[in-house]
Ligand binder design. Structure first.
Ligand code: DGL
Length: 258
């Protein structure tokens, strides 16, 4: 069984990609909506949540945990690896592939404040930028638009169009989706900016790595069906799953923090 977590619905994009690669594997997903948004939390707070959630996912039977959140990966994955005896797969901004893809030598990383603030992000950029200019844009409002599922509203559309137009004016030709919530905006970006940008999301890389590591684990436990847990309102998660993933999966509220 594979455990996945995020602050909310963003990690469902990673869940979908992993499920396609491992259709016979069972998944347990935890949405920490009660602490949403992680983008406005400190690294220590996020680390504390990540430990609790990992303990819970292991209790549910997870043999591997996917940190389907850039902010949580950047703040906590090293620590999680040091204290839990299971494999972890994280989600990080795809700076390296973007630096190889850009022709204008300018890339944009769209992410959260928490992901961009720490030294780990700066290290990632210096390690992989390949000499290209990296512009980082924390966009917390975009996270909210996806979590609240208001993309269809005029004001949300206009907000995104304004942000991306500003990015285009800088001569950037490659956009890195450095927050899993933004993966759900890909069809929108394609529709309006099809010829302007290459948009890189991490789903393919993360799901390949999950499959590679999961296949190596002996004696795995599997459940009969996938299950979603939330520390917030289960209706939000259930609605989102139905609208965006076209799936009906049981969503259970749970308090793991008492
Ligand atoms: N989806 C998360 C990420 O990839 C964070 C969103 C948030 O809670 O701010 O960084």
């Amino acid at each position: 069984m594979i455990g996945i977590f995020d602050s909310g619905v963003g990690g469902l994009s990673i869940y979908k990609a992993c499920k396609q690669k491992l259709p016979n594997t069972s998944f347990v997903y935890f949405s920490d909506h009660g602490h949403f948004p992680y983008g406005e939390k400190t690294p220590d707070e996020i680390k504390k949540y990540a430990v609790k959630i990992t303990q819970f996912l292991i209790q549910q039977g997870a043999n591997l945990v996917v940190v389907a959140c850039n902010a949580a990966t950047i703040s906590s994955i090293q620590y999680l690896r040091s204290i839990f005896p299971i494999p972890f797969v994280g989600t990080e901004p795809a700076v390296k592939p973007a630096s190889l893809a850009t022709k204008t030598k300018k890339i944009a990383v769209l992410l959260t404040n928490a992901a961009s603030a720490g030294p780990a992000y700066q290290e990632l950029v210096s390690k992989w930028n390949n000499g290209v200019q990296v512009f980082s844009f924390p966009l917390p409002k975009l996270v909210q638009i996806v979590e609240e599922n208001t993309l269809h509203e005029k004001a949300s559309e206009q907000y995104i169009l304004d942000q991306i137009n500003q990015i285009r004016q800088l001569g950037i030709d490659t956009i890195v989706l450095g927050c899993t919530h933004f993966i759900f905006l890909k069809p929108f970006l394609k529709k309006y900016f099809h010829d302007d940008f290459t948009v890189l999301d991490p789903t393919e890389g993360v799901s390949n790595q999950v499959k590679r590591l999961y296949d190596k684990i002996p004696d795995k436990k599997e459940a009969n069906q996938d299950i979603l847990f939330t520390s917030g309102n289960p209706a939000i998660l259930a609605d989102f799953v139905q609208t965006w993933l076209k799936l009906r999966i049981e969503v259970k509220p749970v308090d793991i923090y008492e």
